[in-house]
Design a protein around this ligand. Structure first.
Ligand SMILES: *Cc1c(COP(=O)(O)O)cnc(C)c1O
Length: 481
């Protein structure tokens, strides 16, 4: 009996008790005119309702009207925050797939914006007034920069590989070395893609050694394509052998079978000329393959897309394939890609103007000098949270380019303070907590945790003022810690 009394208090007790909430009408009528203008009456009223519902469900103390309105505004502010937004990538990986890979130069971003807000000649030939071909905006540039005869652009390099396989070798065999049956990550595995493309995989050689004669023995009437795959994220060392690329190309030509090379990253310029570890250029790869595939947002430094470049007759078959329509890209992509490719026409300025190359070519001494300059201001903003020091570190190119090569760099090392008032935590827990806090900043700061510190590799930091601004939003220690 007593339990039913608790569940159902008398109406009188409710009316006079502490749980009586103000009406929606009163809260909206008394709202700040600016808040109503900014968020709109409808959204503001909905937010008030949601806050009231929460208070009703929670029971307990009824806040005053101003507090309820503030809670509603808090909800509206949180709802307005975009899901996809800029962050500071200070992980030390320049081309970080999870953080959006290559950064566009501002000129390319402006080219994108221009065609997004106005009609464009995407598939329209301005000279004749007739229908045009969207690849025309970049094909000549790609050919000029790589020596290819023709090129097509699709959604990403995974799509480029799928399209090449399907267009050139559907219901046929594709010969690949066992040392190159790569998994790129994100479930892109060469053997699986072969199946989806309608091809039969014909593996040759062994994990560590594949010879020209292995290919010669495997190529036959059922062969549609011979494929090479760049070992993007691993290296095979020790007792190894691969077929000589020029000899393999000659063999394929003799047998009348096209040779495709999936470069993954691929570079338009000789990276060694910029003091970086050498990576075969797309031009060099095309001298010993009939088509090559590579990403637009890896070393090339543009946007997500995949490029197939090579022989005219093969590219024509690829372009006619119905999958090309399904995998085609938007005008945004062409605008950005064209703007970036144009920068390559001026190689003397490339390392300055192309963000990917600019970040990759920064040397440790210069980064360390910036780190020492920045450390005091960062330390001030992190006061109570962490002590800040400068240390050498190692950056990576990322995205499968030169997986075993690293770049000497410098970092701010944030060693979390064992703050008072915080429940006892180990150093690892304090690091995680600090990293979490940095992720909640207006522009989240993403570092990496190493040796009980949060390490911010400054190779990829250009907007130093922006970083200091964002760090300034860190709550004083004790309040939010
Ligand atoms: C990265 C990579 C791909 C996939 O490219 P995306 O542009 O990420 O789709 C395919 N093959 C190789 C060898 C790669 O390195």
């Amino acid at each position: 009996m007593s339990s039913s009394i608790q569940k159902n208090p008398s109406p009188g007790a409710l009316a006079q008790g502490p749980r009586r909430l103000p009406s929606v009408e009163r809260l909206v009528a008394g709202a700040d005119g600016d808040d109503l203008a900014v968020y709109g009456r409808t959204a503001f009223t909905d937010a008030i309702r949601t806050v009231l519902a929460g208070l009703r469900a929670a029971g307990g103390r009824v806040p005053d009207d101003a507090e309820i309105r503030a809670a509603a505004v808090g909800r509206l502010v949180a709802e307005r925050r975009r899901s996809l937004r800029p962050v500071f990538n200070l992980t030390g990986t320049v081309l970080h797939t999870n953080l959006g890979r290559a950064l566009l130069p501002r000129s390319a971003a402006e080219a994108v914006a221009a065609v997004m807000v106005q009609a464009s000649n995407l598939e329209y030939d301005l000279a004749t007034g007739a229908r045009g071909e969207r690849d025309d905006h970049v094909e000549a540039l790609i050919c000029r920069l790589t020596g290819a005869e023709a090129a097509v652009v699709v959604n990403n390099n995974a799509a480029a590989v799928l399209l090449v396989l399907n267009a050139l070798a559907m219901r046929k065999e594709v010969v690949v070395s066992r040392g190159e049956l790569v998994e790129i990550g994100g479930s892109f595995r060469i053997p699986d893609v072969m199946v989806r493309a309608g091809c039969r995989l014909r593996e040759v050689g062994t994990t560590n050694r594949t010879h020209l004669r292995d290919f010669a023995d495997a190529i036959g009437p059922r062969t549609g394509l011979v494929m090479k795959v760049h070992p993007s994220n691993y290296a095979i060392a020790g007792f190894t052998a691969a077929a000589d690329p020029a000899a393999l190309h000659a063999l394929c030509r003799e047998r009348g079978v096209p040779l495709a090379d999936d470069l993954g990253s691929g570079s338009l310029v000789d990276l060694a000329a910029y003091g970086l570890p050498p990576e075969p250029t797309i031009r060099a790869a095309l001298e010993r393959a009939d088509v090559v595939t590579f990403s637009g947002d890896k070393l090339l430094g543009a946007v997500q897309c995949g490029i197939v470049a090579g022989r005219t007759d093969l590219i024509a078959r690829i372009r006619r394939n119905p999958l090309k329509r399904a995998l085609r890209v938007d005008k945004m992509t062409y605008a950005a890609l064209e703007a970036v490719l144009r920068l390559y026409l001026h190689p003397e300025r490339l390392a300055e103007e192309l963000p990917t190359l600019r970040l990759l070519t920064r040397d440790r001494a210069a980064i360390a000098a910036r780190a020492r300059c920045l450390a005091p201001a960062v330390a001030e903003r992190l006061s109570g949270w962490a002590t800040v020091s400068v240390a050498e570190c190692i950056s990576q190119i990322g995205s499968g380019a030169l997986p075993v090569e690293t770049l000497p760099s410098a970092a701010l090392v944030l060693t979390p303070d064992p703050a008072g008032g915080e429940p006892r935590r180990g150093a690892g827990g304090r690091c995680k907590r600090l990293a979490e806090r940095l992720r909640t900043l207006p522009v989240p700061v993403i570092g990496r945790i190493s040796d009980d510190a949060v390490v911010l590799d400054l190779r990829t930091l250009e907007d130093e003022a922006g970083l200091l601004d964002s760090l300034a939003a860190l709550p004083p220690r004790g309040q939010g810690g």
